[in-house]
Design a protein around this ligand. Structure first.
Ligand code: SF4
Ligand SMILES: [Zn+2]
Ligand SMILES: [Zn+2]
Length: 312
C-alpha cells in the first residue's frame, strides 16, 4: 500500500474516504481534523480555562496532547487535566500513572478526584455488593458528575472529552434505539450553555478509534494498556459490535450517524428555542433532569445494597 498523497509506504487505510496515508500525512490529517473541530466547537476562544478529562488511556491522552498543541501559542488560556479515581483495584493506579507522565511531559496542571472522598464509595465496592450489576452504569454517571464539579471548581469554561468517532456513533445509535431524545440532544459536544454544566467539547469527534490508537503510538504518548476488569459487562459492547459490522459493510456509517445526529439536534434546538433549564437536585444541588439527579439516585441504590461478606 502506498500513500495516496505522496507515494511513501502507507501506515493506514481509510476506507470511508478511499485513501491510504503514510505516517507523516496521517499525523497531519489527524491534527488538521482535530484543529478544525476545536475551532468549530470552541469558536474564538482566546482566554479562559480549559479542563481536559484525562483517564490515562489513548483517547484522552490524544485529546490532551492535541488540545495542548492547539492552545500552546495562547498564553491567556490555562489548561488543567482532570482524572477521576473511581476505585478500581489493579486498573486505575496504572492509568493514573500514565496520566501523570503525560501531564508532566506537557507541563499541564493535573488534579485527581477520588470517588471515595467525594461520594463515599467506589466502583469495586458497588460491584462486589451487587454482583449482577453493570458497574459501568454507576461509573459513567458518577464520573460525569465528578468531572463536571471538578471542572467548575477550577473555573473551566469548557471541558474537553476524548470521545472518538466510534464512541459517538455508538452513543447516537444507543440513544436512538432507546428512544431517548433528551440524551440525544444533550450529548457532547454541547451547543447550548446550561447553568451549572460546564460545556463539553469533543475534538476527536471525526477521528475513528483505530486512528486515535495509531496516532498515540506514532507520537509515543504515555499510555496504560490495562483493561478495566468490568469492561466486558458494559451495555455499550453490543453497540460497538453493531456499529463495527455496519461500518465494515458500508464504510462511512459512523460519519452518517453523526451527521444525522447533528441535523436532528439543529432542528430540535431551532424549534425549542433552547433546552429547558435543568432543575437542581434536592440532595446535592447539582443540575438534574428530575428532582433527584442520577448520581444521587445511583448512590441511594449503592447505599441500600446488601453488603456481601468477603470470603477467604
Ligand atoms: S469499563 Fe466500566 S467500570 Fe471500567 S472504567 Fe469504564 S465505565 Fe468504569
Ligand atoms: Zn504521504
Ligand atoms: Zn444529586
Amino acid at each position: 500500500m502506498r500513500c495516496s498523497t505522496c507515494d511513501a509506504p502507507a501506515v493506514i487505510d481509510q476506507p470511508y474516504r478511499g485513501a491510504h496515508l503514510c505516517a507523516s500525512h496521517f499525523r497531519e490529517s489527524v491534527e488538521e481534523r482535530v484543529r478544525r473541530e476545536m475551532h468549530r466547537q470552541l469558536p474564538r476562544f482566546g482566554h479562559g480555562t480549559v479542563a481536559v478529562a484525562l483517564s490515562g488511556g489513548k483517547d484522552s491522552g490524544v485529546a490532551l496532547t492535541l488540545a495542548h498543541r492547539y492552545f500552546r501559542r495562547r498564553p491567556t488560556v490555562r489548561m488543567v487535566a482532570l482524572s477521576v479515581d473511581e476505585g478500581i483495584d489493579g486498573y486505575r493506579a496504572g492509568t493514573l500513572k500514565a496520566a501523570r507522565a503525560l501531564t508532566d511531559s506537557l507541563g499541564v496542571e493535573h488534579r485527581v478526584v477520588s470517588a471515595e472522598e467525594a461520594i463515599g464509595t467506589t466502583i469495586d465496592r458497588t460491584a462486589s455488593n451487587l454482583p449482577g450489576t453493570v458497574p459501568c452504569s454507576f461509573c459513567g454517571v458518577w464520573r460525569r458528575q465528578l468531572l463536571n464539579r471538578a471542572a467548575r471548581d477550577v473555573g473551566a469554561d469548557a471541558l474537553v472529552l476524548g470521545f472518538n468517532l466510534d464512541d459517538l456513533a455508538q452513543t447516537v445509535l444507543m440513544n436512538l434505539v432507546r428512544g431517548d431524545l433528551d440524551r440525544l440532544v444533550r450529548m457532547a459536544p454541547h451547543r447550548v450553555r446550561q447553568p451549572g454544566l460546564v460545556p463539553r467539547v469533543a475534538p476527536l469527534a471525526l477521528i475513528p478509534e483505530r486512528e486515535v490508537f495509531l496516532y498515540a503510538q506514532l507520537k509515543r504518548i504515555p499510555l496504560d494498556h490495562g483493561e478495566c476488569p468490568y469492561a466486558g459487562r458494559a451495555a455499550r459492547n453490543l453497540f460497538r459490535e453493531v456499529v463495527w459490522q455496519l461500518e465494515e459493510a458500508q464504510p462511512g456509517t459512523r460519519q452518517s450517524l453523526l451527521k444525522t445526529h447533528e441535523r436532528l439536534v439543529t432542528r430540535f434546538l431551532a424549534q425549542e428555542a433552547s433546552l429547558a433549564a435543568p432543575e437542581r437536585c434536592r440532595a446535592c444541588g447539582e443540575p438534574a433532569a428530575t428532582e433527584l439527579c442520577r448520581a444521587c439516585e445511583y448512590l441511594e441504590i449503592a447505599r441500600t445494597l446488601p453488603s456481601i461478606p468477603e470470603t477467604s
